[in-house]
Design a protein around this ligand. Structure first.
Ligand SMILES: Cc1cc2nc3c(=O)[nH]c(=O)nc-3n(C[C@H](O)[C@H](O)[C@H](O)COP(=O)(O)OP(=O)(O)OC[C@H]3O[C@@H](n4cnc5c(N)ncnc54)[C@H](O)[C@@H]3O)c2cc1C
Length: 320
């Protein structure tokens, strides 16, 4: 069995979600390879042995510089056919979802979407996905090869990174004429200091209990003191208090930091499904009956406007 993991990268760094999927694939055993596609990506490829890839296919070309799906589908489709790859795995992102769907169409392959786990049962791959608002687990499989799977973001942690150097294999890049019909005209990058919520070990998340958008400054201060990132509930994102990219939950992102500090968040099921994999959950809420206290490791009943600034001060003192 040869499993290929599509490794996405940004500014010379492999995405944490892709590394998590690579670690999962390596844990299942068999021959695990990675594909890195882009321009000047050799540095990304070299680091992947540490994360579980024994072999990395490197497709480098100027036509792959922009993060557009179709040229990547051309590269992957040829790779899967030429190398006899039977399983291709992706970590969810806007780009990966487009690539996975188009690759499935191109190869006539089955794609299981939104997976949260994968196991090998007597040599048969069985995926897990969630249904009914994430309240039920459903096992899914594939009827044919190649099998394609797209995992939810944050489904797995990357491996500790102590593997050896991978074998690098250059892949010839032949892009179909129709794949060159789309061009990236402009890319906007969100200005942020500190880690993204997908990569952060500490997340300070805010909900409607903050009262107004300006109060997110309190959480930014605490996150800065803890070296973490700020996240939000859908209620405040919908209200325009904080960017959509920071939304955690069913229709936002799945995160699994070591520490999740929920401030003024009720703990609705749709929020819970996006953060319940966190190591330690601390909730600050003035309502002692708030649902979030049912799954918080540490419950702080009180007004966040008083507690958060004091907490920030204590963290700063402890760190100085
Ligand atoms: C299909 C669907 C998908 C959804 N997807 C998501 C999703 O991805 N992510 C998500 O988050 N939600 C999602 N939701 C919305 C979800 O159901 C909740 O409405 C939302 O999470 C509530 O956000 P909140 O906790 O900020 O607000 P609220 O539920 O209004 O809670 C505010 C909390 O703040 C507390 N509070 C108030 N003042 C203070 C204070 N001064 N100090 C301390 N605590 C205080 C209150 O006691 C309360 O518990 C979805 C809903 C649906 C139907």
């Amino acid at each position: 069995m040869t499993t290929l993991v599509f490794v996405e990268h940004h500014e010379g760094e492999a995405a944490k979600g892709s590394l998590g999927v690579l670690a999962k694939a390596a844990g299942l055993g068999g021959d695990v390879a990675a594909a890195v596609v882009g321009e000047n990506v050799r540095g990304v490829a070299e680091g992947l042995g540490a994360h579980g890839a024994s072999r990395v296919y490197v497709a480098e070309d100027a036509s792959l510089a922009a993060p557009l799906p179709q040229p990547r589908v051309d590269v992957l489709a040829r790779l899967v056919q030429d190398e006899g790859i039977d399983t291709v795995l992706f970590a969810a992102s806007v780009l990966a979802a487009d690539v996975a769907a188009a690759l499935a169409a191109r190869l006539g392959a089955g794609l299981n979407w939104d997976l949260v786990d994968l196991e090998s049962r007597d040599g048969t791959l069985v995926g897990t996905t969630l249904a009914f608002g994430d309240t039920a687990k459903v096992e899914v499989g594939w009827k044919s090869e190649p099998r394609l799977g797209l995992f939810r973001s944050g489904a797995f942690d990357p491996a500790p990174g102590d593997g050896g150097a991978p074998e690098l294999r250059d892949v010839p890049v032949e892009v179909e004429e129709w794949s060159t019909q789309t061009a990236m005209l402009e890319q906007a990058h969100e200005e942020s200091s500190g880690p993204s919520i997908e990569d952060a070990d500490v997340i300070v998340a805010g909900g409607r209990g903050l009262g107004e958008a300006e109060k997110f400054a309190l959480l930014e201060e605490l996150a800065k003191a803890l070296g973490g990132a700020v996240a939000a509930t859908r209620a405040v994102v919908d209200a325009g208090w904080y960017p959509y990219a920071t939304q955690v939950g069913q229709t936002g992102k799945n995160v699994s930091p070591k520490l999740y500090v929920a401030c003024g968040i009720s703990g609705a099921i749709q929020h819970k499904v996006g953060m319940q994999g966190s190591g330690t959950i601390v909730a600050i809420n003035k309502d002692p009956n708030a649902p979030i206290f049912e799954y918080a490791d540490l419950a702080v009943v009180g007004d966040l406007h008083e507690i958060v600034p004091k907490l920030t001060e204590l963290v700063r003192q402890a760190r100085s």
